[in-house]
Design a protein around this ligand. Structure first.
Ligand code: NAP
Length: 320
């Protein structure tokens, strides 16, 4: 399955930011898209505010193999299909980044980089961004060998060497994607056991192109004017310099909750604290997907939470 580039799917022009909405959905990944499909079908007057990265993290995933109905599907094909379905249902999208929110006179005010919206209810489905290590060279060489997206950048590393850091599902899946392209791949993990799905973890560790560095920490990315040339690892055998052309970091995610800090309770990791799965500390605000503290972060749970959040808003509107 394949659809054309996302920008062709934007239903712009219909937005008037001065309008009052029943619902604003913040986000563009599976949770937001599912909420949009349900909101549109319920006839809720809504707008979906998605940032410049439509489809969220799922759209940056090379292959998704555990979404029911597809034994394997490219992440962006799945999210594009969701967006197409949402548009067909009548969902309204605008590509804007939410910058701040507040509650005023019983309404939720949402300020973006280009407009302000007033709504009775808000669904926060802004997902999570890749975490960084904070080591020297990481920021300096970002885009010049350091990447958070193998699906996007793998072609630049054809027949070159790459290092992947992390032991979760993202690290393992994206490392497997890189094995199709690179000549050699190093996997650096801070423990001696991967937390990723065992089936994929085994496939990666046994791959002929892969060298594993267990109980090891990447402490520096080194390079030249041309970009990354290597990394320094802290290993059980001591400090090691490894030559590499690329460094792919998959060391977890940070929930995208900055614009909502005064609106809802967040946990220590800045995820939205939920009640009854999609409720929050604010009765006018719901949350769905990776932005929440719900734990199991899968596309299948994100779409379920998005649907539940839209249904909860519908129930409240019906009973007003
Ligand atoms: P994750 O599961 O949180 O894994 C992050 C990895 O980075 C862990 O292995 C962790 O090590 C390591 N790490 C964290 N901080 C580090 C640091 N400072 N230095 C070195 N290593 C560090 O994150 P994720 O892989 O991005 O996945 C996020 C969520 O999405 C998970 O719930 C995952 O299951 C889900 N996901 C699912 C799929 C799928 O297709 N099923 C695909 C991608 C993601 P430790 O193991 O030692 O903690």
């Amino acid at each position: 399955m394949s659809f054309k580039v996302d920008t062709g799917l934007i239903n712009s022009g219909a937005i008037k930011s001065t309008d009052s909405y029943q619902l604003v959905i913040a986000g563009g990944g599976p949770a937001a898209l599912s909420a949009a499909i349900y909101a549109a079908r319920y006839g809720i007057k809504h707008v979906v505010l998605e940032s410049w990265k439509p489809g969220g993290q799922a759209a940056l995933t090379a292959e998704i193999e555990n979404y029911p109905g597809f034994s394997s599907i490219v992440g962006s094909d799945l999210t594009n299909a969701m967006k197409k379905q949402a548009l067909e249902a009548g969902a309204v999208f605008s590509m804007e980044t939410v910058e701040s929110t507040q509650e005023k006179d019983g309404k939720i005010l949402v300020r973006t980089d280009s407009a302000e919206y007033s709504a009775e209810y808000l669904i926060i489905a802004t997902g999570a961004a890749p975490a960084t290590l904070g080591v020297p060279g990481e920021e300096k060489y970002y885009g010049r060998g350091v990447s958070f997206c193998a699906t996007c950048d793998a072609p630049f590393f054809k027949n070159k060497k790459a290092i992947v850091v992390g032991g979760g599902d993202s690290a393992v899946k994206e490392a497997l994607h890189l094995t199709h392209v690179v000549s050699e791949l190093g996997l650096v993990h801070r423990r001696d056991k991967l937390r990723a799905e065992p089936y994929l973890a085994k496939k990666l560790v046994e791959h002929e192109k892969v060298t594993t560095y267990w109980n090891s920490h990447l402490t520096e990315v080194v390079g030249s004017d041309q970009g990354v040339t290597g990394v320094i690892l802290d290993t059980p055998e001591g400090k090691k310099h490894i030559d590499t052309d690329g460094v792919f970091l998959y060391v977890g995610t940070v929930p995208a909750t900055e614009p909502f800090t005064t609106l809802v309770d967040l946990d220590k990791k800045n995820a939205v604290v939920t009640r009854d799965i999609v409720g929050t500390s604010n009765p006018r605000v719901f949350a769905a997907g990776d932005v929440t503290n719900n734990g199991f972060r899968q596309v299948v749970t994100a779409v379920s939470e998005g649907a539940r959040a839209a249904a909860a808003v519908f129930d409240l509107l019906e009973n007003e």
